[in-house]
Design a protein. Structure first.
Length: 97
């Protein structure tokens, strides 16, 4: 189960990133965090930007609705996603069958 915390303005989501991957993708749940793979290298904020772009696309949000609130230089991050409730997040991230 994903570690999702509801706030007044949206949700806080814990993620685990895998920079330098062969393609951008959402891998799935990993120890309570959402595991994301991005092709960008972890330098000069490139991987962080790619993580935000990937999630914004998957959640049908503007990139400005997502920001990193902790872990900018770590593989483990916490993201603030504005305008969603936990139920919306779970529905949007559910694998398509």
């Amino acid at each position: 189960m994903l570690d999702i915390v509801a706030t007044n303005s949206g949700v806080v989501l814990s993620v685990r990133t895998q920079p330098g991957s062969s393609r951008n993708r959402i891998i799935g749940e990993y120890g309570g965090r959402l595991k994301l793979a991005v092709t960008a290298a972890p330098e000069k904020g490139k991987a962080n930007k790619a993580v935000i772009e990937l999630l914004a696309d998957a959640l049908h949000l503007n990139e400005s609705s997502i920001r990193i609130i902790s872990g900018e230089s770590s593989r483990d991050k916490k993201l603030m996603i504005e305008g969603l409730v936990p139920e919306d997040l779970n529905t949007l991230l559910k694998p398509q069958s």
